[in-house]
Design a protein around this ligand. Structure first.
Ligand SMILES: *Cc1c(COP(=O)(O)O)cnc(C)c1O
Ligand SMILES: [Zn+2]
Length: 424
């Protein structure tokens, strides 16, 4: 079994190691040897492992280990039994989006509350395999929460770079509590991202942002697991919130490999959804630009996708092209309304996650998605990540946002009369 790191720009290939970029500056892909995997992996093999009690197959990432990291040994695998997330179908979501066959895959059900755990179990395990001592990332929040947990579990030092004052409290509290060294950078995410790349190189820290090819390999399992849940007959559309574009990139790569290995016959279309205040990928796609034009001061309530200069845009564009996909943008109003619907359905999510549902509704109304098509939205993060956004919405305290579905608490006198009046 073999795996190479290959540059997406110049095709140069490397035998692995702690590198994230080619000598030409291009991003790297982990390229599994699909020839040698043919016949080794099968639907039956992956189905047989569901419900296994044997390490590491309890994990919805390592169930697909041959397609994630075929060379890592059990002793180096750092897992919190991630994945195995549920598919939800709810009347309210169907009515809101106008799509009769829509399901939500809830990646907020991962151990630290976001899909980042899938990439992190893969990235940290590779760090152990390589014998690294310290790991680093820049983060809008969830990457740092996840990295801090997995690094501490593995006994590695972790250093996180976060934009000061711009991350949700649930996420910051996790990074601190799990024991990361937290550097609050005076600047936005994009500033933190450039600084961490420079520092990691200089100080020999293993960089675990989604430019790390192993992060992408782990995140492919969102698609592997989803397709498996669909009994290997993928839906027509996969809709995903898009910030730094690691997920969009991973989804394209996952579908490419599934088709090459003949585990599926057809590829769904990917719809990447950006916040309209942080929409450089939308601008690139809509205007057919050759190069991404960064958004200088990204603005959105969905802090997880508040990114103006996404690193993985070339890989993501490749994914959109491969799948005949689309890129859409949604406003903060649309995001918070969709979130209120997802929340009130008993599913629940953080603001960025609701961009997928808001995007589904918009694409249906625009006639891009047919109301009869089968649609899967990825819910990226847990409802507890950003309680401020949720409470302020329900108390109608968000600037510039009308709380259409507010559910205000009522103050009452401590009498049965008062209860009857309210509940009646
Ligand atoms: C990281 C994150 C995103 C953005 O994903 P990308 O891969 O960077 O595009 C969206 N939602 C949540 C909750 C996240 O944590
Ligand atoms: Zn190169």
């Amino acid at each position: 079994m073999d795996v190479k790191l290959k540059c997406i720009e110049c095709d140069k290939s490397f035998d692995g190691g702690a590198i994230n970029r080619c000598v030409c500056g291009g991003l790297l892909d982990a390229v599994p040897d699909l020839e040698s995997l043919r016949g080794v992996v099968s639907k039956e093999l992956f189905d047989k492992r569901i419900g296994s009690r044997e390490f590491p197959y309890t994990s919805g990432v390592w169930r697909f280990r041959e397609l994630v990291n075929p060379i890592v040994l059990d002793k180096d695998i750092v897992s919190k039994s991630e994945g195995n997330t549920f598919l939800y179908s709810h009347q309210r979501v169907r009515e809101y989006t106008g799509i009769s066959n829509i399901v939500l895959k809830h990646e907020g059900e991962n151990p630290t509350g976001s899909f980042k755990d899938r990439g992190m179990t893969s990235g940290i395990s590779e760090a152990k395999r390589l014998g690294m001592n310290a790991v680093a990332c820049a983060s809008t929040g969830n990457t740092s929460a996840s990295m801090a947990a997995y690094a501490s579990l593995a006994g590695l030092r972790s250093i996180v770079f976060i934009p000061e004052g711009m991350i949700a409290f649930g996420k910051l509290s996790q990074a601190l509590a799990y024991g990361a060294k937290v550097l609050q950078v005076n600047g936005n995410f994009d500033d933190a991202m450039s600084l961490v790349q420079e520092s990691a190189e200089e100080l020999g820290m293993y960089l675990l942002n989604s430019i790390n090819p192993w992060r992408i390999e782990g995140q492919k399992t969102i698609i592997f697991e989803l397709v498996q849940q669909f009994k290997w007959e993928p839906p027509d559309w996969i809709i995903v919130p898009a910030g730094n574009l690691g997920n969009t990139a991973a989804f394209g790569k996952a579908f490419y490999e599934l088709v090459e290995l003949e585990l599926i016959d057809s590829i769904p279309r990917i719809a990447s959804i950006q916040a309209s205040g942080a929409n450089p990928f939308y601008g690139l796609w809509k205007n057919n630009l050759k190069e991404l034009e960064a958004v200088e001061n990204p603005e959105t309530i969905a802090t997880a996708i508040k990114i103006g200069n996404p690193v993985s845009w070339k890989k993501a564009l490749r994914a959109i092209k491969l799948t005949c996909g689309v890129v859409e943008q949604v406003t903060d109003q649309e995001i918070m309304d969709a979130k209120a619907i997802v929340d009130a359905s008993g599913i629940g999510c953080e603001p960025a996650s609701a961009a997928s549902v808001a995007g589904a509704k918009k694409l249906m109304e625009a006639g891009v998605i047919d109301p009869k098509e089968r649609v899967a939205c990825v819910i990226t993060g847990n409802i507890l990540k950003d309680p401020d956004a949720t409470i302020n919405y329900h108390l109608s305290r968000l600037d510039g946002i009308f709380s259409r579905f507010a559910n205000k608490p009522t103050v009452i006198k401590p009498t049965l009369e008062a209860v009857k009046r309210e509940v009646g």
